[in-house]
Design a protein around this ligand. Structure first.
Ligand code: FMN
Length: 326
């Protein structure tokens, strides 16, 4: 049985990618993912703010001990270089220790200094780069189009600096995801990861305080991902799609591929069931393919997006509430 799939122009032995998470932040974790059978890993992100906050801390230090501009510059350059060195070292070590593709990840919200180090991730051996672009959607004075323009501009600027494939991981806080997805694809995105799951706080009603919500998804959250993978595949988007959020079982992987995904990204399910659950997911896919007489992923990829049935995903409201619930 052939589970090979092409994602971002890379050849994956199966479509199960371990999403950016603490599992993929150490060489040990990456080796465990590869041993469990992952098709690829997306490294824990390097956050734009991490570097900026470290630089700020050290600005305080240099202000106290020296007013020398050269020393200040040195500290900033050293720290910046150090952050990058840790990350590029992770890429190099991962490449030495596993034979699956290594996708580096940058989490960003703005154009800026961080863009200059994307090239260093490529030079360290990253096979591709995933940009988790999370421009804040909470300012009432910023129009939706301005946010979308910023996302596309950040992508274009980074793309200029590297030759490896670049994908964009989006949240689902957009008015017209289809339009943004096509804009990114036309601008050269090799893939889109749908969706990033935002941190959701909740309210503790006993103490009447805002507290952290669950960091982990549940399977029922995969509806939005399935909808957009289906719709974009049906509209013939010319880039790869990777399903992220709520992929918790082999059945979910099959569902997303039937919708048109080239790969899926798993994260929460591994925190709940352990990294070795990847092996179960691969076996479950093989079993399903056997039962349905498919020998390769391409034989069923997008099968449910090619039909008129995909129109169901464009429906927003329940028509007859009682019937829908029965
Ligand atoms: C503990 C934890 C750490 C994460 N770190 C990152 C990160 O550094 N960069 C990123 O793009 N996504 C990160 N994510 C998001 C996941 O990659 C994934 O998109 C999200 O959890 C939805 O997938 P899931 O339903 O399989 O968990 C993290 C998620 C968790 C739970």
């Amino acid at each position: 049985m052939n589970l090979n799939t092409s994602y971002l122009g890379l050849n994956l032995k199966n479509p199960i990618v371990v999403g950016s998470s603490t599992f993929t932040g150490t060489v040990d974790g990456i080796v465990k993912c590869a041993k469990a059978g992952a098709g690829a890993v997306v490294l824990k992100s390097l956050f734009e703010e991490q570097i900026l906050s470290d630089i700020k801390k050290e600005e305080g230090y240099t202000d106290i001990y020296t007013s020398n501009v050269d020393a200040d510059l040195y500290m900033k350059t050293f720290l910046r270089g150090n952050e990058i060195a840790i990350y590029t070292n992770l890429i190099r070590e991962a490449k030495k220790n596993v034979d699956i593709p290594i996708i580096a990840s940058i989490n960003c919200a703005d154009k800026g200094e961080w863009m200059s180090f994307a090239k260093e991730l490529q030079e360290a051996g990253a096979d591709a780069l995933e940009l988790n672009i999370a421009v804040s959607p909470f300012d009432k004075d910023v129009a939706s189009k301005d946010i979308e323009d910023e996302v596309v501009n950040i992508f274009k600027e980074v793309k200029k600096t590297v030759s490896i494939p670049v994908s964009v991981k989006l949240g689902d806080h957009f008015t017209n995801i289809g339009n943004l997805a096509f804009r990114l694809s036309m601008a050269g995105a090799a893939g889109l990861v749908l969706f990033n799951r935002f941190y959701n706080p909740t309210i503790d009603i006993e103490h009447m305080k805002v507290v952290p919500g669950s960091a982990l998804s549940v399977e029922e959250e995969n509806g939005s991902t399935l909808r957009w993978i289906s719709l974009l595949a049906a509209q013939g988007i010319p880039c790869c799609l990777s399903a992220s959020t709520g992929v918790h079982s082999a059945e979910d992987v099959v569902r997303q591929i039937l919708a048109g995904a080239s790969s899926v990204q798993v994260c929460s399910v591994l925190y709940k069931k352990g990294i070795d659950f990847i092996t179960e997911m691969v076996k479950g896919m093989e079993k399903w393919m056997q039962m349905h007489n498919f020998n390769s992923i391409n034989e069923f990829k997008g099968k449910c997006s090619a039909s008129a049935d995909v129109k169901v995903f464009e429906r927003l409201q329940y028509l007859r509430r009682n019937n829908d619930l029965n």
